[in-house]
Design a protein around this ligand. Structure first.
Ligand SMILES: CC(C)(COP(=O)(O)OP(=O)(O)OC[C@H]1O[C@@H](n2cnc3c(N)ncnc32)[C@H](O)[C@@H]1OP(=O)(O)O)[C@@H](O)C(=O)NCCC(=O)NCCS
Length: 168
């Protein structure tokens, strides 16, 4: 399994099924438009046959100070903070059942890509828009819920830097 930039001409995705129709449909119908319109970068986990096993999207975003829990907000200025958004992430249910750990590998890839971006432009944190049943998945990786419905979570880039340094 490899994680590469999504190539709409090459990647097979007709049968992709993660359990959420909107995420399946996005990959089939809208991911290539998002790329064309520079709304997101899309990365896929592919098998040796260019079949998509999982994917995620990354976009630039900003986070209002009032969305942060007070314990984090007090250290930051009053204007919005720059962020990288993981807008969507999904693994195919068959890949999940084979224990390939596609989700973890995609998430680690997304954090490394965010760190890479943070070397070029200011990025204070990575945020995710989660489905209700995936919040626990992100929390395992240290994401902290933002204020609101609990479906938006936050990971400071400083935490990712520390994890990355620890890895080397
Ligand atoms: C959430 C999702 C991306 C995780 O991908 P995955 O391929 O199952 O992830 P992994 O196999 O790498 O799992 C890593 C660990 O997280 C756990 N995990 C997986 N999904 C979880 C969830 N929803 N809640 C809590 N833990 C979860 C696994 O059991 C595994 O635990 P272990 O380390 O003890 O073995 C995948 O389940 C999915 O596509 N779900 C449907 C779409 C979705 O909800 N997307 C996320 C929001 S946009």
């Amino acid at each position: 399994m490899k994680i590469v930039a999504f190539d709409p001409r090459r990647h097979k995705r007709a049968g992709f099924a993660c359990g959420h129709d909107d995420l399946d449909e996005y990959l089939r119908r809208y991911a290539s438009q998002s790329l064309r319109n520079h709304l997101a970068r899309v990365y896929v986990a592919e098998d040796g046959d260019a079949q998509v096993l999982g994917y995620y999207t990354l976009s630039a975003a900003s986070l209002g100070r009032d969305e942060l829990p007070e314990s984090l907000a007090h250290r930051l200025p009053k204007y919005p903070v720059p962020a990288v958004l993981i807008g969507r992430m999904a693994s195919d249910h068959r890949a999940r059942e084979s224990g390939l750990r596609v989700g973890s590998r995609l998430l680690i890839h997304a954090l490394k890509q965010s760190l890479h971006a943070a070397g070029t432009i200011g990025v204070q944190c990575v945020i995710v828009d989660s489905k209700p049943d995936a919040v626990a998945f992100y929390r395992r990786f240290g994401f902290i819920p933002l204020t609101g419905d609990g479906l938006n979570l936050y990971l400071p880039i400083s935490t990712i830097e520390r994890l990355d340094a620890h890895d080397e």
